[in-house]
Design a protein around this ligand. Structure first.
Ligand code: NAD
Length: 341
């Protein structure tokens, strides 16, 4: 029997998670919500996703030939689990409905950890999500950091981390956000380090961040102190054999964020890159420190984690690496099977 997944909020993350669910064996899209008609809902219809709308918006959809499945309340009855990908603070308003309907719910990184009391990142804590009622899939930046740091911690032991995040100002579709001609620092420690600790409380991490006029991706530069430092070659082998991490050379055509996006435009729909991209040339190990520079495609990196989180919460798969492998195959990002042991 297929797990029925309701998607509340059909925006940047919601539409990608819906496609990920549709591509995954053992689960199906029970429906997606739309408040008012917008052209993106035509795509949902084309893809066969039932549409659930607010009562006062139903006629607008019906006039355009949509078969409306019902309201968001109806979707909660239809679905086994909801992925809430509405803007920050809306999921907190929706949570009482999910609880009243007895439907499991996943919220996104824009919410506070306290809303669900559990923050998820597949490689770091898959097992802790098994059969839970509520979970928060951490943000794009925290997902990238958690993948990387949990991998290093498992292999060499992480003593501490310093990271600077160069953050995209807005997603490509957002025309009203800035800065457009400034580099805007966070005045003090950024929230990203503390957010990593919601997933891995034992990690000692300090983070600083600036926002820049750019929409394609975030860039992270890290200095990680390791208990038993590897050679650079061993680090390359570790990343090459880790799911959802791609290590490539700048000189092969990935010399900046625009070149990465250009490659993925040809390679994947929507130029999505759910993998964490690490540049080979800046990668270095000096004394006990690893120096790493990584690129995070903010719009897609959390999609595999949402699919894994559904699997864990619904008890579809108890084995972390089996779950990750099946998700990666469904999303077309799988590495060699040996990377999943
Ligand atoms: P978005 O604005 O692209 O999409 C949100 C969707 O929710 C829109 O379709 C909007 O119409 C709908 N919506 C708004 N208010 C609603 C309401 N009251 N009820 C139902 N639907 C409503 O937002 P997004 O970028 O997809 O972000 C969603 C969540 O994902 C946030 O927590 C965000 O922090 C997180 N996230 C975003 C990114 C990113 O780069 N965009 C990356 C990782 C995580």
């Amino acid at each position: 029997m297929s797990i029925k997944v309701g998607i509340v909020g059909y925006g940047t993350i919601g539409k990608r998670v819906a496609d990920g669910v549709a591509a995954s064996p053992g689960m199906e899209v029970a429906g997606v919500t739309g408040r008012r008609y917008a052209c993106k809902m035509d795509i949902a219809r084309q893809r066969g996703y039932p549409v659930y709308v607010a009562p006062d918006g139903a006629s607008e959809f019906q006039d355009r030939g949509f078969e409306v499945g019902g309201t968001m309340e109806d979707l909660c009855e239809e679905a086994d689990i909801i992925v809430d990908a509405t803007p920050s603070k809306v999921p907190a308003q929706n949570m009482p409905l999910y609880e009243a309907k007895g439907v499991k719910a996943i919220v996104q990184g824009g919410e506070d950890h306290a809303l669900t009391g559990f923050s998820f990142s597949s490689l770091a804590n898959y097992e802790e999500a098994l059969n839970r009622e509520h979970a928060r899939v951490v943000s794009c930046n925290t997902t990238g950091l958690s993948r990387l740091i949990s991998t290093l911690d498992g292999a060499y032991g992480v003593e501490n981390v310093f990271v600077t995040l160069i953050r995209r100002a807005a997603d490509p579709k957002e025309s009203k956000k800035g800065p457009i001609n400034a580099v805007k620092p966070v005045m003090g420690v950024s929230h990203h380090g503390p957010d990593v600790m919601t997933v891995m409380p034992h990690i000692n991490i300090y983070s600083m961040a600036v926002a820049v006029p750019h929409t394609l991706s975030h860039v992270h530069t890290l200095r990680v102190r390791l208990e038993t430092p590897p050679t650079k070659r061993e680090l390359v082998e570790l990343f090459d054999s880790t799911p959802r991490i791609v290590l490539r050379k700048g000189k092969e055509g990935f010399s900046d964020t625009a070149q990465i996006a250009e490659y993925y435009r040809d390679f994947r729909p929507r130029y999505d890159m759910p993998e964490l991209f690490i540049w080979d040339e800046p990668l270095d190990v000096v004394d006990n420190y690893a120096y790493i520079m990584a690129n995070v495609h903010q719009e897609s990196i959390v999609v595999p984690e949402n699919i894994d989180c559904i699997k864990a919460m619904c008890g579809m798969e108890t084995d972390k690496m089996k779950a990750i492998y099946e998700t990666d195959k469904a999303l077309g990002i799988a590495k060699d099977k040996r990377c999943y042991t």
